[in-house]
Each structure stands twice: as structure tokens, then as C-alpha cells.
Design a protein around this ligand. Structure first.
Ligand SMILES: NC(=O)C1=CN([C@@H]2O[C@H](COP(=O)(O)OP(=O)(O)OC[C@H]3O[C@@H](n4cnc5c(N)ncnc54)[C@H](O)[C@@H]3O)[C@@H](O)[C@H]2O)C=CC1
Ligand SMILES: O=C(O)C(=O)Cc1ccc(O)cc1
Length: 302
């Protein structure tokens, strides 16, 4: 599908992309670059990328697809570094969890001769680094492509084909809408998990290790999410500030209302609220929107 793909930043997402590209035979050659020597050494040792380059400029030279797989806060710096070395007609994409800030940071550094098609795979784990990737990460998960004004339709279609080849379902979305949707579905939930684990840690003196020993599914999931990479998540919140603050504002209002219901013993309020939220989960399943369901994607449910 592409002759030469360059992956910049060799962590969870880039390494998963590499293994998925190899699994599907989707590119002639894959080059890679990471800022730290240690990451490049690890990548070479485990056979991650056909060629690991010692500079970003070298990695992107002659590539017809370049994908920025670095934390959101450094996307602009990396774009400035590679801009002068991009091949004419190449597509530049990214996998950042935030889209508007990345577009604003990256676009000014790209020459007019390349196509910019931002993207975001809605798939990940709490692990990071070059050894954490696996070919199946994107299987049956959504990837959102977020074309910018003037994005070339052929470049978008070709990139869609690559993601589908890596096992993903693909949709397109407008950048600000993406950031609001992700604030609800991913960014605010991560912050809530971080907070809950922080609260448990503050209580450590009182609870000793019982919180960990007896943690039921809910808290266990929070600890998994709260183990995610601190640099990545710092950058997500600093770069999706408005949407995250909007959602957290609504969240705290609802939380206060539930808190008051508990204090007042208002069981009706609690029961009505939990009934409504249960219907949302059932709605996801009944509408055929659960990508984990065995028949998802068949029978026109997508
Ligand atoms: N981890 C996850 O679950 C998901 C992450 N993303 C997004 O994907 C991107 C990458 O995330 P991960 O692969 O999880 O991160 P990671 O921490 O596993 O890897 C990031 C890589 O970028 C390198 N790097 C950092 N600064 C750099 C620079 N200035 N120049 C070159 N390389 C640099 C690091 O050395 C590392 O190899 C982020 O923008 C994140 O928001 C998207 C979907 C899921
Ligand atoms: O591990 C999890 O539960 C995740 O939520 C993974 C994830 C993290 C960040 C993204 O932008 C997309 C997916």
C-alpha cells in the first residue's frame, strides 16, 4: 500500500503499527526513529522496524507515509524537524489522542507538497515503550481520521486502507468534535481514575494494603488506567484543556447532586440515576455499537 512508511517515536502505538503492518504485508519498508539512544538500541535488538535511523530526517527521507507517534506536546517540534526533509507527495499523519492542538502545532511546519491527514486509533493499553506493542492492538477497534481543510481525498482513502489492513474500523471526524467526544469517552475517565487511585493512596495509612489486596473489578480497572504513561497524559490534558474542563465541570455538578442524595438518604434519586445509566450501557449493546460483540460489523450494524 505504501513503499516506505516512517514511524517517528517508537513506543506502544508505533511498535504495534509496525507489527500490524508486517502481519498484513502493508508496506515495502518501515523505517523508525526515536529520540533516545536507549529506545533505538532496544528497537534494533527486537527487530522493530526494517531500519532504525539515528535522525528523524534520515527516517523520513523517501517515505511516502510518515506517522508521528510521539506525545502530543512534542508533535510540533518533531514536525519542524522533519518538514524540510519530507518527500514531495508524501502523506503525513499522527496518532495523537488530541486533534485540534496537534493540527495547529504541526500544519505550519509542513510544506505545501505533502498531504496532512491526522488520525487517532482508539486502542491502547497502560503500557508504553518499544517492547509493549503487538500486532493485534487495532483489531476490531476504531481509528478516527480527522482530515484538515483541503486534505486530499486519495491520500485519506489510502490511509484508511492502511488502518483497515491493520484490523481497524475507520471513521472520519471533525477535529473539535473529536476532542469533545474524546474528553467524554477517554480523557475525563482517565482523570477520574487517576484521582480515585490518588485518594486510595492518601488513605494508605488507614487501609494498609487492603485496598490493593481486596480490590474488586472497579478499582482494579482504575489502577490499570492510572498506571498509564505520565508524559502522554500530562500532554493530553494540557492540549485538550477546554473540552476536558467543560466535561469535568458537568461531572462535578452531577457528583455533587449524587453526594447530596446520599447525605439526604434520597434513594429515589440514586435509583433513577442508576436506572438511566444502565440503559445507556444496554443501548450500546442493543444498537450493535459494541465492537467486542462477535457479530459487530456484520448485518449493517456499523
Ligand atoms: N498509549 C495509548 O494507549 C495511546 C496513545 N495514543 C497517542 O499515541 C502517541 C504515542 O503514544 P505511545 O505510543 O503510547 O507512547 P510511548 O510513550 O509508548 O512512546 C512514545 C515514543 O516517543 C518518543 N519520543 C518522545 N519525544 C520524542 C521526540 N521529541 N522525538 C522523537 N521521539 C520522541 C519516546 O522516546 C517513545 O519512544 C501519543 O500522542 C498518544 O497520545 C493514541 C492512542 C492510544
Ligand atoms: O487502556 C485504555 O483503557 C485506554 O483507554 C487506551 C487509550 C488511551 C488513549 C487513547 O487516546 C486511546 C486509547
Amino acid at each position: 500500500m505504501y513503499n516506505r512508511v516512517a514511524l517517528i517515536g517508537l513506543g506502544l502505538i508505533a511498535s504495534s503499527m509496525f507489527w500490524a503492518i508486517k502481519r498484513g504485508g502493508l508496506a515495502g519498508e518501515v523505517t523508525g526513529y526515536a529520540r533516545s539512544q536507549a529506545t533505538r538500541d532496544t528497537a534494533r535488538r527486537i527487530g522493530l522496524c526494517d531500519t532504525v535511523c539515528d535522525s528523524a530526517a534520515e527516517a523520513v527521507a523517501g517515505a511516502d507515509l510518515v506517522i508521528l507517534c510521539v506525545p502530543v506536546g512534542v508533535m510540533g517540534d518533531v514536525a519542524a524537524e522533519i518538514g524540510p526533509h519530507l518527500a514531495s507527495g508524501a502523506t503525513v499523519s499522527d496518532v495523537g489522542s488530541v486533534k485540534r492542538a496537534v493540527i495547529d502545532a504541526v500544519a505550519p511546519h509542513l510544506p505545501d507538497t505533502v498531504h496532512f491527514v491526522p488520525g487517532h486509533p482508539l486502542a491502547g493499553t497502560e503500557h508504553s515503550g518499544p517492547e509493549s506493542g503487538f500486532a493485534e492492538l487495532f483489531d476490531n477497534r476504531w481509528t478516527l481520521l480527522v482530515p484538515v481543510e483541503g486534505s486530499d481525498a486519495d491520500a485519506v482513502a489510502r490511509l484508511r486502507g492502511l488502518w483497515e489492513g491493520m484490523g481497524a474500523y475507520v471513521d472520519e471526524m471533525e477535529p473539535d468534535h473529536h476532542d469533545l467526544v474524546l474528553a467524554v469517552t477517554s480523557h475525563a475517565p482517565h482523570l477520574i481514575a487517576y484521582t480515585m487511585v490518588g485518594v486510595a493512596d492518601d488513605l494508605r495509612r488507614v487501609t494498609d494494603s487492603e485496598v490493593i489486596k481486596y480490590s474488586a473489578a472497579g478499582f482494579r480497572d482504575f489502577t490499570r488506567i492510572a498506571a498509564s504513561d505520565p508524559t502522554m497524559w500530562r500532554d493530553v490534558f494540557l492540549n485538550n484543556k477546554d473540552a476536558t474542563l467543560e466535561i469535568l465541570g458537568r461531572f462535578t455538578e452531577e457528583l455533587f447532586a449524587l453526594q447530596r442524595a446520599i447525605r439526604r438518604g434520597d434513594g429515589d434519586h440514586l435509583h433513577a440515576y442508576f436506572t438511566r445509566t444502565r440503559a445507556i450501557r444496554r443501548g450500546i449493546i442493543e444498537a450493535g455499537q459494541d465492537t467486542d460483540a462477535p457479530d459487530f460489523g456484520r448485518g449493517g450494524k456499523r
